[in-house]
Structures are given as C-alpha cells and as structure tokens.
Write a protein that binds this ligand. Sequence first.
Ligand code: AMP
Length: 192
Amino acid sequence: MLNIVLFGPPGAGKGTQSEKIIEKYHLTHISTGDLFRKHLSEGTELGKLAKKYMDEGELVPDEVVIRMVDLKIKEKKDTSGFIFDGFPRTVNQAKALDGLLENRRQPISGMILLEVDEEELKKRILLRAETSGRSDDQDMEKINNRIRVYKEETLPVAGYYQKQGKLYGIKGVGSIEEIFQAICKAIDGLRV
Ligand code: AMP
C-alpha cells in the first residue's frame, strides 16, 4: 500500500505529475480541486458553496473538504493506494487525513513537495489560463492571493510531515520527464 501526498504551490505541476504517477503506480487519484470543479460544473450545493472561496483564491473550510475526502476514501475499498493532490492544505486537514487512514491502517507513506520559485509559478499559471478555462487562473490578483494563502496556511503542512520524516523535496523545474524521474526515485525509496 502506497499513500502519497503530492504537495506544492499552485502551478507547481501537481496535476501533470499526478497523471504520470497514477499510470505508473496504479494509485487512486484524489484531487480536491478537481472534485470541487466537478461539483461546480454539476451545480451541486457543495459546488455552489465552494465557488465563493475558489473565486477568491481562498481555502474552502476544512470540515467541508474533509467530509468530501472521507466519502471518496470510503468509496475505494480495493485500491493499492491513494495519491492526494491539493490536499491536505492545512495542518487541520493533515491531522484529519491521518485519522481517516488510521481506520484503514494505511498511513501516509510520504509527501512529495514540488519546489518552484514564485516568478515561474506565475508564468505557468498565466500560460495555463489560456486553456484551463479556470477563472482563478485568469486574474493576477487571484493568483497572488492563492500564492499568499499557500505560504501562510498550506506550507506549515510540509513541517507536519517533515517532523514525521516523511517529506521529500523535489526540484519542480526542468522537463516533465526529468521531474517525473526524480519523483519516481523518491517513491521507489518509500517502497523498499
Ligand atoms: P487547486 O485545483 O488544487 O488549485 O484548487 C483550486 C481551489 O479549490 C483552491 O484555490 C481552493 O479554493 C479550493 N481547494 C482545493 N483543494 C482544497 C483544500 N484541500 N482545502 C481547501 N480548499 C481547497
């Protein structure tokens, strides 16, 4: 069983790399951002609630996110492991995730942190905006706010896993393949 948290600021390449990781390691993908966007496009109550926060680049309240992840985890009884993408984003969420996984006796194996400097992040998000259709990618003010929220509220989650000896920092700059190889090396180290 392999449970990975893929971590990093907005625009670090989590979505791109998680697709490759899933293909290679056959993990179940739980991306809270994707789940909220799906609810939004389907017009559910949860989607409507999340929209207010997403539009501003603010975090959706912990209890809402945790409940959604809990349901997703419970849906997957027979998986060989999960990759959590964009979650946990607060220390509270990280503690709750530990609790959810403890029920299954399948703790987090490691956190992969993609490190990319701020100028590069902004360039990537603006480029992604041309095709993503995401309103939170279009506006510099919203992008800046997402990066601020990441530094203030999300970065402490890296410390939470570091204390447990589970943090693996990877340089998130270079070709997609080079970054992927560095990630695989870290993941393969978790499995021995
Ligand atoms: P993402 O696709 O991961 O960049 O997420 C897009 C937006 O969804 C974020 O800016 C938040 O508003 C919301 N969101 C996604 N994941 C979380 C989470 N774990 N906690 C709180 N808000 C989240």
